[in-house]
Design a protein around this ligand. Sequence first.
Ligand SMILES: C[S@@+](CC[C@H](N)C(=O)[O-])C[C@H]1O[C@@H](n2cnc3c(N)ncnc32)[C@H](O)[C@@H]1O
Length: 247
Amino acid sequence: MSLSYEAPDWASYRIDYKQAYVGVEPLEQEIAVVDAGLAALLEAGIIDHTAYDGDKLLAHRQFVVDHFEIPWTAITPRMQRLIYALNAITRPANMIAAGVFCGNTFISNAGAGVGPGKCYDAEALVGLEIKPEEAERAERNVRRIDPTGIARVVAADAIAYVRDWPTGIDLLYLDADGTPEQGKGVYLTILEAALDKLTPGALVLAHNSINCAPRLGQYLAYVRDSANMKASMNMMVDGEGLEVSRF
Ligand SMILES: C[S@@+](CC[C@H](N)C(=O)[O-])C[C@H]1O[C@@H](n2cnc3c(N)ncnc32)[C@H](O)[C@@H]1O
């Protein structure tokens, strides 16, 4: 089913990609936008409750600002909060993030399971990055926040990696930009390779549901078809957007 949540100012809410966590709106406004989005997801049956610890999210954010090397990121404070909250609420034992660049998108997910934002015990939180030098930097960043290795970044092609993953996947985050020809169209290929690993009720999150919607046409049609997913919602909290689908 195709649903959407629209923050009133999603199109004008902008950040500087090189200083993503310099506040661009009052914190209360950021919280209100994400809370309203979570309420919409609850109503659609995509999540089962909306409670998460906002102080832990802020501790996580501060650690990332202080210790991560982030050349740029399109993950806005609203999006970071939404992704963190979805992980804190659903507590995936096994989470895989595909296309993590410097690791900021990955840790926005995994930060609910490791580091100062930890609110549950995870089994494995894996970030995948096809470019070895980017994977190396992402892994360096992640080691600073999680000495345990529960969260880790692997240099790999996400398609093959999820196909060979030996157990269930409770949350799959998609952000890979594929080859120049296919671009973000690779999301559907990665999802198809992961399908038989998704646990019942698993969440699939797809970044860029707004600004890459044309390239994501087939992916979005797939997840919005109730034959494939229980429900799916386009979370229009910023100009990038996040499609949140429940398997
Ligand atoms: C544009 S970045 C995502 C950036 C992220 N939205 C942010 O704001 O930090 C996408 C990443 O996916 C990686 N990638 C592309 N195809 C991939 C694949 N098949 N498997 C794993 N990573 C892939 C690219 O190397 C790139 O670093």
